[in-house]
Design a protein around this ligand. Structure first.
Ligand code: EPZ
Length: 419
């Protein structure tokens, strides 16, 4: 099991080019399974989750190769409809292949990914929506079988009880090849959904309203190949900015999606960091001690404050002057990083969905273990700000979402080694 050894206490400084978005690349890879023709994805991040998606595509009969930040996917001849349990277990996001497989073959067998990383992650909304699109769904000993009579989904009106990102993506993936029109009300508005729709439109799909609460999809049986550049990763961006905010120093972040990062930037700015945003780059300088954020930081669906940036911002606020209050409204169990931050000297009290972070003057290095992706990144940010050395284990979580993490941190002058 690999670990990061991080020695904190030095200011960070440098330029960093932001990686492509994991949460955009994964559904786009699933979408490449639909129709015919080769899809070339540029700026595809090199991550373990992306390789897991590639293994799922290969197992379904797609040709998929990844090199130098490009993924080339050819679905010609892909007739598989089953995802083996071990591939489902590799990556929780494997669930989003369900809509695409159904859209392609009218049939799909998979299992619910296990584990409890962020609390329960049910898939009831995904299944209810696919039923509306015509799927019969049965559960046989943990294996879920979906089948659409006649092989082709039928457009429907779907009202989501909550704007779930994954359920919205699964509906789009299934409805894009359906017969007739699908209307999704209370759809998720995350930028990664817009990137998925923009990819599908390049392939010939007819989708309107993405980025808003109602999405209208007119099904087609003709999707062709295309080239697409995956959008920048706004959460990796939030992570590197939080890291420099925590440790002090300055950063020029390049290849950003600045407008999409605004809900995060507007909160980070309240800490007293100087932030100069431009269209596709962000300059941040962090000098004296950060200030606590006065208003409660409530995680909400986009365009609210992103749940994925909660942990990394908390690491920065652990040493701010005053108390900041977080309210986690998306996942039930997304404060697991707080125990590690407290071991490093932070003063954080968790009461249900609320976490009160009282800034301390200094953190100190400790032996800690990442238990999820963003929590692990928060521990690394805290370690860079801390006095002394941190041994961070469980870093396979970090490798799921951050491309060449230690190279990125080292390029800013952070002292980090993988052992
Ligand atoms: C996506 O997860 C992201 N993952 C997550 O990023 C992100 O935290 C989340 O959206 C919210 O922004 C990917 O894009 C691969 P949801 P997803 O469905 O689709 C409940 C990261 O760190 N729910 O919007 O799984 C669910 O339990 C990851 O990169 C149901 O109850 O999120 C949760 O409480 C982690 N039933 C809430 O909705 C369902 O059928 C939001 O989940 C589906 C979801």
């Amino acid at each position: 099991m690999q670990k990061f050894i991080i020695t904190g206490g030095c200011r960070l400084s440098g330029e960093l080019t932001l990686q492509g978005s994991k949460n955009s690349a994964l559904p786009i890879m699933a979408a490449a399974l639909l129709g015919e023709g080769e899809s070339v994805l540029r700026n595809c991040p090199t991550l373990t989750d992306v390789y897991s998606a590639s293994r799922i595509l290969s197992c379904l009969g797609c040709k998929c190769s990844i090199s130098d930040g490009n993924a080339v996917i050819d679905p010609c001849g892909a007739s598989g409809s089953e995802i083996p349990e071990e591939l489902m277990r590799e990556m929780r996001s494997s669930i989003m292949f369900m809509g695409a497989i159904l859209g392609r073959t009218g049939e799909c067998t998979f299992s619910v990914p296990g584990g409890c990383e962020l609390g329960p992650r049910p898939i009831d909304m995904h299944l209810a929506a696919l039923r509306k699109l015509g799927a019969d769904i049965s559960d046989c000993g943990g294996r879920i079988h979906c089948r659409i009579a006649g092989g082709r989904a039928r457009g429907a009106k779907i009202n989501l009880p909550f704007p779930s990102v994954g359920a919205t993506e699964n509906i789009i993936l299934c409805a894009v090849c359906a017969e007739g029109e699908t209307i999704v009300n209370n759809a998720a508005r995350e930028p990664e959904i817009c990137d998925l729709c923009s990819f599908l439109r390049k392939r010939g799909a007819d989708i309107k309203g993405d980025g808003e609460s109602t999405i209208v999809i007119s099904g087609t049986d003709k999707l062709h190949g295309c080239e697409h550049t995956v959008m920048p990763d706004r959460i990796a961006g939030a992570t590197y900015l939080s890291m420099v905010a925590a440790a002090g120093g300055e950063i020029i972040l390049k290849n950003t999606c600045t407008a999409e990062m605004e809900p995060f930037l507007s909160v980070l700015e309240q800490t007293g960091c100087r932030i100069y945003p431009a269209e596709n780059r962000i300059y941040l300088r962090s000098g004296a001690r950060l200030r606590a954020v006065r208003d409660r930081i409530r995680t909400m669906p986009h365009p609210g404050f992103p749940t994925d940036a909660q942990a990394v911002l908390m690491a920065a606020l652990a040493t701010a002057d005053g108390a900041s209050v977080f309210e986690e409204n998306i996942f039930d169990c997304r404060y697991r990083h707080t125990a590690a931050l407290c071991k490093m000297g932070a003063d954080i009290e968790v009461l249900g969905k609320v976490a009160v972070v009282r800034g301390v003057p200094k953190l100190r290095g400790a032996d800690v273990e990442a238990t999820d992706l963003r929590g692990g990144a928060a521990m690394a940010a805290a370690a860079l700000a801390a006095e002394g050395t941190t041994c961070l284990s469980g870093i396979s979580h970090i490798d799921r979402g951050y491309e060449k993490f230690e190279e990125a941190v080292s390029s800013l002058g952070g002292r980090i080694r993988r052992v």
